[in-house]
Ligand binder design. Structure first.
Ligand code: FE2
Length: 310
C-alpha cells in the first residue's frame, strides 16, 4: 500500500476512534465535581449546593435521568438548576422525573434557550463566530410553561428575571436571577437593587454567563454567581482546554470556580480585588442531539460547598 494512502487510512481510523469515544463513552461519563467557595461569615456551618445545568434531555435518556435522581443521596441543602433542561418537546415529564427526588429540598431555577426552543442542526464552526446566535431558520418552540409549572409545583423557585429570599439550612439566602442572556431575554432592570443585608449572602443565578450579567450581579452585591451554558467548551483539547465559551466570557473561566468583579471582562489578566465575587460555571450534563459528542470535557454536576471565609 502506498505510504500516503496508509497514512490517510491511519488518520481516518484515529478520527473515527476519537469520534466513537466522544459520542459513546465520554458523553455518558457523568461525573460529580466537588468544589468549595469561602462566602459565608466566620463560624457559620457549611451550606451544600447541588448545581445542575444543561441536561438537554431527550425522552430516551434513561441513564442520565437515573444518574441525576441518584444525586438526592448527597442530601444537599439547596439545588440550583441553571437551565437548558430540554432537547425535545416530549422531554418535560422526563426532566420532572429526573428532578423529582431533588424537589424535597429547596431549589431555584432559571431558563436557557433550550427550554424555549428545540435544537436544530448547527454548523460547528458557528461557535467560533463573534456572535454565534445569528442565522438559521426559526426554531420550533418547546412546552416551557409545562416545565416551569412542574418545577414550581415541585417546590422550586422560579428566578427568571426575579429576586427571592429562601430559607436554606436555617438561614435566609437572597437570590437574584435573570432570563437567558444568550437570547437577550435578561431584564436586569426588573431585579436590580441593593443586596438584602439581613440575608446570609446574595447569590446570582443565570443560564449564560455573559459579562453584562456578571457585572450587574456583582455590582449589586452578589458574592457568588452560578451559571451554565458553556458546556465547558464541549470539545476541548487535552492539556489546553476549551476553544469556545459560546458567549463573551473568556475561556479561562469556561468551567469551574473563578473570580469575577464589575469590569473583570475588560481586564481578565489583572489580579482580583479582595471583594471580588466567586463565579461557578458548570460544564453541564448534556449536548445538543445534533452534536452528541464531548471530548476532554466530561458531563458534570457540581456539589458546591459554601464555606466560611477564613
Ligand atoms: Fe446548553
Amino acid at each position: 500500500m502506498h505510504p500516503v494512502v496508509r497514512a490517510g487510512l491511519g488518520a481516518a481510523a484515529l478520527g473515527a476512534a476519537g469520534l466513537g469515544y466522544a459520542s459513546l463513552i465520554e458523553r455518558n461519563a457523568f461525573v460529580l465535581r466537588r468544589r468549595s467557595v469561602p462566602v459565608l461569615p466566620r463560624g457559620h456551618r457549611p451550606v451544600r449546593v447541588l448545581h445542575l445545568s444543561d441536561l438537554h434531555l431527550m425522552p430516551n435518556q434513561r441513564r442520565k435521568v437515573e444518574w441525576v435522581r441518584s444525586l438526592a443521596a448527597l442530601q444537599p441543602d439547596l439545588v440550583v438548576n441553571t437551565g437548558d433542561n430540554l432537547s425535545h418537546r416530549d422531554s418535560v415529564p422526563v426532566a420532572l422525573h429526573a428532578y423529582e427526588p431533588l424537589m424535597e429540598v429547596p431549589g431555584v431555577f432559571v431558563l436557557g434557550s433550550n427550554d424555549y426552543f428545540a435544537p436544530g442542526f448547527r454548523n460547528p464552526f458557528d461557535y467560533f463566530r463573534q456572535d454565534s446566535r445569528r442565522g438559521g431558520p426559526a426554531p420550533a418552540t418547546l412546552p416551557t410553561d409545562d416545565l416551569v409549572r412542574g418545577m414550581g409545583d415541585g417546590g422550586w423557585t422560579d428566578l427568571t428575571n426575579r429576586r427571592a429570599v429562601l430559607e436554606v439550612a436555617g438561614a435566609a439566602i437572597e437570590f437574584v436571577g435573570v432570563d437567558d442572556p444568550h437570547l437577550d431575554y435578561d431584564r436586569y432592570d426588573l431585579v436590580e437593587g441593593v443586596a438584602d443585608q439581613s440575608a446570609l449572602l446574595t447569590i446570582g443565578v443565570t443560564h449564560a454567563p455573559y459579562q453584562r450579567t456578571l457585572d450587574a450581579m456583582t455590582k449589586d452585591g452578589a458574592s457568588l454567581v452560578i451559571a451554565g451554558h458553556t458546556h465547558g467548551g464541549q470539545l476541548c483539547l487535552p492539556f489546553y482546554g476549551a476553544l469556545v465559551t459560546n458567549c463573551d466570557l473568556d475561556t479561562s473561566r469556561v468551567k469551574g470556580v473563578s473570580r469575577w468583579w464589575p469590569g473583570a471582562g475588560s481586564e481578565p489578566s489583572s489580579a482580583a480585588p479582595r471583594d471580588a465575587a466567586w463565579l461557578e460555571v458548570s460544564a453541564g450534563l448534556g449536548t445538543s442531539p445534533y452534536a452528541p459528542v464531548r471530548f476532554a470535557c466530561r458531563p458534570e454536576a457540581t456539589l458546591l460547598t459554601l464555606e466560611p471565609a477564613h
